[in-house]
Design a protein around this ligand. Structure first.
Ligand SMILES: O=C(O)c1ccccc1NCC(=O)[C@H](O)[C@H](O)COP(=O)(O)O
Length: 207
């Protein structure tokens, strides 16, 4: 199966539409108010309404309350939840929606144990560990820390861009890749050219 591509952190309708036309599989919307890529409900609704069919919408949260998640679900057509904080498996699954669990990888991170705990996640999203940050840092991590086999789909994230993603795909063989900073012209402003180059690099790595 081809490697799926998610681009995270859209804030503008035109960027999301352009990226969808370039063949990405999913867009991420950041509902975390400390992020420079944070979107409000009205902004999210406008982006979602403009998307062509069959592009999944992923809503990202960092240690949000149940009420915050439910409020987004009630007002926006969200396909998948993404939890980027210290959310428990019970919390993640309690919304009865497909969810992704992000893990910030550093030496000692036990991905097999996490895969067992979050056994019903649609995928473990592996990101860089950066002290004091939850994600969207543009930093890579040591991919050799990833186990060769996991019982769940692995979504590779953290510092990917058009220059390193082909190497990442060949070495890690992830089910999907996720990118934010690496396709930006500025925080929350996605560059269609960089998205096109990123998609082309992922596809070239699979041929
Ligand atoms: O994007 C953010 O600002 C953000 C803030 C807090 C938690 C997560 C955030 N983004 C999550 C993502 O899905 C990013 O795509 C992922 O962390 C990789 O980011 P990058 O290294 O910038 O490609």
């Amino acid at each position: 199966m081809s490697v799926r591509i998610k681009v995270c952190g859209f804030t503008r309708v035109e960027d999301a539409v352009a990226a969808a036309r370039l063949g990405i599989d999913a867009i991420g919307l950041v509902f975390y108010d400390k992020s420079p890529r944070h979107v409000g409900i009205a902004q999210a609704q406008a982006i979602i309404a403009a998307l062509p069919p069959f592009v999944s919408v992923v809503a990202l949260f960092v240690n949000a309350s149940r009420e915050e998640v439910e409020n987004v679900l009630a007002q926006c057509a969200i396909d998948v939840l993404q939890f980027h904080g210290e959310e428990s498996p019970e919390f993640c699954r309690s919304f009865h929606r497909p969810y992704l669990k992000a893990v910030r990888v550093q030496p000692g991170t036990d991905l097999q144990t996490l895969a067992a705990r979050y056994h019903d996640t649609r995928g473990l999203l592996t990101d860089a560990f950066v002290e004091g940050a939850h994600g969207g840092t543009g930093k890579t991590f040591d991919w050799t820390l990833l186990p060769a086999q996991l019982p769940l789909p692995l979504i590779l994230s953290g510092g990917l861009d058009e220059h390193n993603v082909a190497d990442a795909v060949r070495r890690v063989r992830p089910a999907a890749v996720d990118v934010s900073s690496g396709v930006e012209a500025g925080k929350g402003i996605k560059s269609p050219q960089r998205v096109a180059d990123f998609v082309a690099a992922v596809r070239a790595a699979q041929n």
